[in-house]
Design a protein around this ligand. Sequence first.
Ligand code: ADP
Ligand code: ZN
Length: 657
Amino acid sequence: MAKIEPNKRKPNTAPKFNIFWIYGLIALFIVGWGLFNGGGNPLEITWATFKNQIITSGDVQKVEVVNKEVVEVFLKPDKIKDWRENVEFRNIPSSGPQFVFTIGSLDKFEENMETIQMNIPDADRISPIFVKKRSLWTDVWSVFPFLMILLFTVLIFRSMSRGSGGGGGGVFNVGKAKAQMFDKDSKIKVTFKDVAGMEGAKTEIMEIVDFLRNPKKYNDLGGKIPKGALLVGPPGTGKTLLAKAVAGEANVPFFSISGSDFVEMFVGVGASRVRDLFRQAKEKSPCIVFIDEIDAIGRARGKNSGYSSNDERENTLNQLLTEMDGFGTNAGVIILAATNRADILDKALMRAGRFDRQIHVELPDLTERRDIFEVHLQRLKLDPTLDKEFLAKHTPGFSGADIANVCNEAALIAARGDKKQVERQDFLDAIDRIVGGLERRSTIISPPEKRSIAFHEAGHATVSWLLQYANPLIKVTIIPRGRALGAAWYLPDERHITTKEQLLDEMSATLGGRAAEELFLGRISTGALNDLERVTRQAYAMISYFGMSDTLGNISYYDSTGQSDMAFSKPYSDKTAQQIDSEVKELIDLAYERAKSILEEHRTQMEQLAEKLLESEVIFSEDVERILGKRPFNNTPEGVKSTESEVIDAQSEEVIA
Ligand code: ADP
Ligand code: ZN
């Protein structure tokens, strides 16, 4: 049984070898050589000085001709002091040659030496000694090109490996996992307190924390702890945050890596990175390894291997499976992985002994959103009257990350207005901005275009106001924002299943824009592109996914595994395809007619609404109420809860291209 001692870990302080050490050594060597050899530089002289003052003095010990071009003159050691008395020669060195000069030709030099020493007795004559010296500098210069080439190669490899993901350092490190490590010592301290809502997920994951804290309790009973848990949910719902909180609560190291980090263009790299990750993790055990977006490698293998098969990814996945089998249950390494597509993952990953636990993380509901706001509002200086419930109500469909973003954005907006605290309007602006993008007041729109946009939006507002199941309207604007030229903002119900009536009403409301253009302006425009796209998708989903067609009956061609490629082989006959198409057309035509008849019926009010919109650019539900009267029904959400997740999501903003 492995003993787990989280606090005993030797810091790895052994210095690592580095190529720059070699350069350092070479430089040191050169400098040292120079110092050792030198003792000062010989004085450079001319031939004339040599001839007139030096050679005739009789103080010369020897004359060396180096490499046939440099003459080095050595004085007798006991005479050097006398020579230094002459100002001209004050700096001659005490060892080595005292003078040097260069000669043009060797023959000429020998000849000259003979002549100038003619009068000197034979015994005292100096005859030059010829030596061949290899200077260090010539050596260095001869290897210099090679050194440069070496240097460049190293630099190129380094930048290459950095370009391909960074952190690796050196081309030989491509196989290393680039996991981000959060040690106990690092500042990141996330606990469950920082994770708002997600009660279900928290309780499930608490067990893992408990195991990491006291594994003995479980091992003594012979219980096996899951090796991994899979967090499933839409992006931004706090999966990474939850995994970090587990590490923080258990006070163990936390490795974070993204599934796409394993993928590289080189063959075999993914698998070797997986190996490396597990090796590192085992060294640090007990610890938590978090693999984000595991679907990048964990997608089901070999289903459509005919084309677009990716052997490299399969190898990586196989290695991951092997590693997860390979380490014992008690190794103290727990793998958490996150994905928003659990349905496309390879079944082998979900087998017992691997990710045998799935924890679903959903988009937060009203109370959870309020809690998330609580967490993120702590940092802000708030208007004390701010109602968090109100903020939660106005952010349906927002994820935790969106809410964090709203809070930050609101603070920025308040700061831009030189406010001392963040107020309600700042939050509303921030929400608008996140839903619809930035306001573009500078966009120039011609008056007829503006009229067209106003009628289009008024059409949406009118139809949705008068249909029972359409989403309640908040406001309508014709101020360009993001890619949209105008928008109607709704507050969608928080519901988990949608009825056919609701879908139909929403379709009519979506088509209200185009219907208004046709009825009131007598011409239609491209502005309805986004509406039409949404309606068409919805209609196809109703017929072929949700079984809402009378003639086709309760049939669904929805493929939750995402593996069969609908684009190439449809799971139904041509006849059925025709039937689906005609049903879709019928559905959309019906919805359009309904929208038109509602608008016909309320012609004057609709025109009033459009004029008001043209005048003030933004109108709120109160304005609509004044013109169209109170909504004749109060549709509170039914509060039906079901695990079925909604595939189609009717959102608010639209693009008028
Ligand atoms: P995911 O991994 O699911 O895509 P993250 O964990 O990266 O999402 O969440 C992004 C950010 O959103 C977090 O850093 C946090 O600030 C915020 N957030 C998300 N969910 C929550 C939550 N339940 N409570 C508090 N903050 C949250
Ligand atoms: Zn529209």
